[in-house]
Design a protein around this ligand. Structure first.
Ligand SMILES: *Cc1c(COP(=O)(O)O)cnc(C)c1O
Length: 386
């Protein structure tokens, strides 16, 4: 990170990630330190590195990068987004209660329901777009809000600052999964949230080639506790993957801008198609919560969800696309199309899914960096065959 006093813009910080981190050699890209252990200069002395689970120089560069980008004080890197979420959930104990977005990543729901609930940490799933429902869900033992905004895949918008205001005097912390927006578009810590989690596998990495999770916090006591949990539970990111992630993050600004611009034009185009009933995109005209989103984020991101008029169209569209790849995941340079009902959200019971809108007519696009006209043409020919 630059040492100059003036604040650099985020595009600049991103492009420079890993530079000036190795004064010994002047390496411009961060070196990959594979050493698991580090020699001690003398009895009772340490270079700052003892054993790589506790701290690794390559990982350290990535961890301070995410802290800096999110406006936090410390960052932590994990072997996957789920490992990051799981580590943060180590803050809670049996008897605690969490309030969680009712439409969220299927793997996070599975972790809450099938791992946390059996050990006595209860969750209430709430439409966080509605502050009264959040307030009504608060119990004496509520310890945290867990927010996704926009949600996956319905793009529901939660007012982060308003949620923070609601809970901050009650010793309830606010955790935001910022995977969809990345710090390029949205910085929850600056809006008052306590913890940001990421599946860095998605937009941060950006190339569908590294599985990783990141956490950023601003409070020192919380940072210490998460640092303890990261080392105690051990799902840290390996040095090669830290390098790959940093390499991907250097182009985050360019990728996010391209994906967002294309996603908005694709969302508008989809809205005019007779076989499309509804389109969900955070900055699309008429999208519910658009004003809140535009207040707390500076872009719409690369994800678009749309509902077709008949479930029988779904397999035809999935077979019909030839440029866009039918695959799970999101946030890479290659555009993907996903069928949440059977893929990302298959672990959520059907009635729960349907209630939040994840029905069997819903498709989700992760818009990559291809030429937007080629993406529209691919969708056009897939939809024209139905
Ligand atoms: C993918 C994803 C996760 C899980 O991350 P992994 O890296 O796949 O473990 C969590 N939250 C959101 C919003 C995601 O999209």
């Amino acid at each position: 990170m630059p040492t100059e006093e003036f604040a650099r813009r985020i595009e600049t910080l991103l492009a420079q990630l890993g530079n000036r981190q190795d004064p010994q050699t002047g390496a411009v890209t961060v070196p990959i330190y594979y050493s698991t252990t580090f020699s001690h200069p003398a009895a009772g002395k340490s270079t700052g590195y003892d054993y790589s689970r506790m701290a690794n120089p390559t990982r350290g560069v990535l961890e301070s990068a995410i802290a800096n980008l999110e406006g936090g004080t410390r960052g932590f890197a994990f072997s996957s987004g789920m490992a990051a979420v799981n580590c943060v959930l180590g803050l809670f104990a049996p008897g605690d209660h969490l309030i969680v977005s009712d439409d969220l990543y299927g793997g996070t729901y599975r972790l809450f329901e099938q791992v946390l609930a059996p050990i006595g940490v209860a969750c209430s799933y709430v439409d966080m777009a509605n502050l009264e429902s959040v307030e009504a869900a608060i119990r004496p033992n509520t310890k945290a809000l867990f927010i996704e905004t926009p949600t996956n895949p319905m793009m529901k918008i939660t007012d982060i600052a308003a949620c923070v205001r609601l809970v901050k005097d009650r010793e309830i912390i606010t955790i935001v999964d910022n995977t969809f927006m990345t710090p390029f578009y949205q910085r929850p810590l600056e809006l008052g949230a306590d913890i940001v989690v990421h599946s860095a596998t998605k937009f941060l990495g950006g190339h569908n080639d590294v599985l990783a999770g990141l956490v950023a916090v601003k409070d020192d006591a919380l940072a210490k506790r998460i640092g303890f949990l990261q080392n105690a539970t051990g799902a840290v990111l390996g040095p090669q993957d830290c390098f790959l992630l940093l390499r991907g993050m250097k182009t985050l600004a360019l990728r996010m801008e391209r994906s967002s611009n294309s996603a908005l034009s694709i969302a508008r185009w989809l809205g005019g198609q007779p076989s499309v009933r509804r389109v969900y995109y955070p900055t699309l005209e008429g999208h519910q919560g658009r004003d809140v989103h535009c207040r707390q984020a500076t872009g719409g991101g690369g994800m678009v969800a749309f509902e077709v008029t008949d479930a029988r169209l779904v397999p035809k569209i999935l077979d019909g696309v030839s440029l866009i790849t039918f695959a799970e995941s999101l946030g890479g340079v290659e555009s993907l199309i996903t069928y949440p009902a059977t893929q990302t959200h298959a672990d959520i019971p059907q009635e729960v899914r349907e209630r939040v809108g994840v029905n069997d007519r819903l498709l989700r696009l992760s818009v990559g960096i291809e030429h937007p006209d080629d993406l529209v043409m691919d969708l056009e020919q897939a939809l024209s065959g139905v």
